[in-house]
Design a binder for this molecule. Structure first.
Ligand code: RIB
Length: 335
């Protein structure tokens, strides 16, 4: 592997000049800079980034911690983060916590060791202490999608309460009155907000929520599947269901079909997220679209700004959501 000395010899300059060009520590003439860059390229010289970051305290990397890489929602957020970071010369280090708080802590330690310049965080749940300890170490942090309670931190969210309201109002406008809700993981405020929106839409339509129709889920296919098996076995089974994410909605459709019901003729189903696969389910899923990619862009932008100016006031951005009507919801017939 070529060294800085080799580059200096090839370019006919001092090692110090090479170092100034690589580390941008002093202005050099265009001609000298071009000669050194040409020598680096001929020798395929790779500056030792780790050594550079140890010296400068900057690594030009951003860490991102996500809870689940099987759900395309998170992949889409990461796509927005990557595009923005890359445009500003940063590389990403992706960590997958697998919804495990211990793993989340482990990865935070790894990212600190690697001297990342900032961390984007989609929390596992009660991650308040992790954020506080990062802030004490003056590591810039931004929280995306999953709010962390009890800490002042830059946050990017979708309008979850409005999403729950819009989903339920869509079902009400189709004539449904017996509407179930499959909740998300109760560790997250976003689940509670989506359920609040559901309750508020029922309230606005003068329909008292029936607690028996609010079934816990955990954002997995399986929990949507199990919830529908339970709901369709009730004496007063629902004619429509709002699942708090797309994965649970797809699990719900699968269970309903296995139980001999037609979607949407016997059961209307609406999800939340609008991940790509839901346009290709049978029937295609009606859902609340979150701006996943834009959430990633917004979060990376807040982080870059925070890295540039640690004294900025804490910011909170709530991005709008949209109703996407597809084939899994239909008017109630024969009531
Ligand atoms: O599909 C995953 C869900 O968990 C999404 O709705 C998103 O908001 C995340 O927190």
């Amino acid at each position: 592997m070529a060294t800085m000395r080799d580059v200096a010899e090839r370019a006919g300059v001092s090692v110090t000049s090479v170092s100034h060009v690589i580390n941008e520590t002093r202005a050099v003439s265009d001609e000298l800079r071009a000669r050194i860059l040409a020598a680096m390229s001929e020798l395929e010289y790779q500056p030792n980034r780790l050594a550079r970051s140890l010296r400068s305290g900057k690594s030009q990397t951003i860490g991102i911690i996500i809870p689940d890489n099987s759900n395309p929602f998170f992949a889409e957020v990461v796509r927005g983060v990557e595009a923005t970071s890359f445009a500003y010369g940063y590389s990403l280090i992706l960590c997958i916590s697998n919804a495990d708080l211990e793993k989340e802590e482990h990865y935070i330690g790894v990212l600190i060791e690697k001297q990342v310049d900032g961390i984007l965080f989609m929390a596992v749940g009660a991650s308040t202490n992790q954020i506080l300890s990062l802030q004490q170490r003056r590591v810039p942090v931004v929280v995306v999608d999953r709010e962390v309670a009890g800490v002042a931190v830059d946050t990017v969210l979708a309008d979850n309460a409005r999403g729950g309201w819009l989903a339920t109002r869509h079902l009400l406008e189709l004539g449904h009155k017996c509407i179930a809700c499959i909740t998300g993981h109760n560790a997250f405020s976003l689940s509670a907000e989506r359920v609040d929106g559901y309750r508020r839409a029922l309230h606005d339509a003068d329909i008292p929520p029936d607690e028996a129709l609010i079934v816990p889920g955990d954002f997995s296919f399986a929990s949507g599947y199990d919830a529908i098996q339970h709901l369709l076995a009730l004496r007063d089974a629902p004619t429509a269901v709002f699942a708090c994410n797309d994965y649970m909605a797809v699990g719900a459709i699968c269970a309903a079909v296995e139980m001999g019901r037609l979607v949407p003729a016997d059961l209307s189903v609406i999800g939340f997220d609008d991940v790509l696969l839901t346009s290709f389910t049978n029937p295609p899923l009606t859902t609340i679209a979150q701006p996943c990619y834009d959430m990633g862009v917004a979060a990376a932008t807040l982080l870059l700004e925070r890295m540039h100016d640690p004294e900025l006031p804490t910011r909170r951005q709530t991005l709008g959501i949209d109703l996407k009507v597809r084939g899994s919801t239909a008017p109630l017939v024969g009531d």
